[in-house]
Design a protein around this ligand. Structure first.
Ligand code: AMP
Length: 389
């Protein structure tokens, strides 16, 4: 969940930028100004109470603001992130927003302030007044709104400066340039809240095909160490040659080779929502390594999924695969298949046991058609996304 407040004087372009942001980041838009205008148009009790303030360019009471916020949030319980425009408008409303975030079990990522000189605000608002039909887009009221902004709204910035989650942008720049800057800030915020999934399960449980499909559906990067090692071999890199040698000698690929590959993959993955790890961590040692790698990026494991399939079904599936083009070097005979399952039992089950103590491990029944299992896994990923704060 990502929550942003757009800040700036009237005419800074908050509405224009919001239209783009809600689309791109799938945010739920809360513009207190729009909500008030809707109440006004409906001539509701709240609207009538607010009318005289709005038409004079004065701020309406916190009582009214909290009522419309509560109403909107109650009507939209599915929202997966909020974009606030025109709120908080006072130092006191900054506290109200904190309270609102606590109620929603989340927090505000940052306040983005689009800064603009007063004269430019006036010019823009008078221009907008020619077509907006808003009762507050005329010179006298505009001056009042800017006065209110100066006196009551600007102190909000100190609140967020003190908290350390305030970012300023020059609103005189072109619309697209401002958009690009906001995008950069939000992407940075999002990278702090990556959704990192580890998919567990015995070989043959479908973790590879499901992992890839889930990564595609949710905009996550699929990190499969086996596949990465294969790529190095295919590309004929120095590392690839060493890996081939190890494979030929029947030796395990050491962490000194696997870890840099994962690091490279993470460094090169920009603007993504998170990672799905498959085939790593495979040992207790690797589980500590993964925690360390994620910590370096200010992140952590968000979800662990264990796909469960009976041994009989696993052996059947791997046996079938060994007769197709997807046959892996390690499933060409029943002995190799059994060895691989045994290896998983010895090395990877202790990892899962460790994770069960500290993380939320979801168990998913993998004995069903692909689409059915995919649906079960999607439910778990969505739960994980909702819990990201
Ligand atoms: P806006 O569309 O954000 O420019 O808001 C238009 C008018 O609605 C303002 O001039 C205020 O009268 C009122 N308003 C909007 N948001 C708030 C708020 N958070 N607190 C108090 N008054 C507000």
């Amino acid at each position: 969940m990502i929550n942003i407040a757009l800040f700036g004087p009237p005419g800074a372009g908050k509405g224009t930028q919001s239209a783009f942001l809600i689309e791109k980041y799938n945010l739920f838009y809360i513009s207190t100004g729009d909500l008030l205008r809707k109440e006004l148009a409906e001539e509701s009790k709240l609207g009538l109470e607010a009318k005289s303030f709005i038409s004079a360019g004065k701020l309406v009471s916190d009582e009214i603001i909290v009522q419309i916020l509560e109403k909107t949030i109650k009507e939209n319980p599915q929202a997966s992130g909020f974009l606030f425009d025109g709120f908080p408008r006072t130092y006191i409303q900054a506290y109200i927003l904190e309270g609102l975030m606590i109620k929603l079990n989340t927090s505000l990522n940052c306040l983005i302030s689009i800064e603009l000189p007063e004269d430019e605000s006036v010019v823009r608002l008078l221009n907008r007044g020619l077509t907006s039909g808003r009762l507050d887009d005329n010179e006298k009221v505009i001056r009042n709104r800017l006065k209110e902004y100066e006196e009551k709204t600007l102190p909000v910035l100190n609140f967020y400066k003190e908290k350390g989650n305030y970012v300023a942008i020059n609103g005189l720049r072109k619309v697209e340039e401002v958009t690009a800057q906001i995008e950069e800030i939000i992407n940075k915020e999002m990278s702090k809240k990556l959704m990192n999934v580890v998919i567990f399960g015995y070989p043959g449980c479908g973790r590879g095909s499901q992992g890839m499909a889930l990564a595609k559906k949710y905009g996550l990067e699929y990190v499969a160490t086996g596949q990465m090692l294969e790529e190095e071999i295919k590309e004929g890199t120095e590392m690839g040659k060493r890996i081939t040698q190890l494979y030929e000698n029947g030796e395990l690929v050491p962490d000194e080779i696997v870890v840099p590959l994962i690091e490279k993959k993470i460094e090169n993955s920009k603007n993504i929502r998170g990672f799905i790890f498959k085939g790593f961590p495979r040992t207790l040692v690797q589980s500590y390594i993964l925690d360390g790698i994620l910590k370096k990026h200010n992140s952590t494991i968000s979800k662990i999924i264990d796909i469960q399939v009976s041994t009989l079904e696993l052996v059947t599936r791997l046996g079938i695969r060994s007769k197709t083009d997807h046959c892996m070097p390690y499933d060409t005979s029943i002995e190799k298949i059994v060895n691989r399952l045994k290896e998983h039992e010895d090395k990877s089950i202790p990892v899962l046991d460790k994770y069960k103590e500290i993380h939320d491990v979801a168990i998913v029944n993998g004995e069903a058609p692909f689409e059915v299992v995919f649906e079960r896994l999607s439910v778990e990923i969505e739960k994980g996304l909702k819990n990201l704060r």
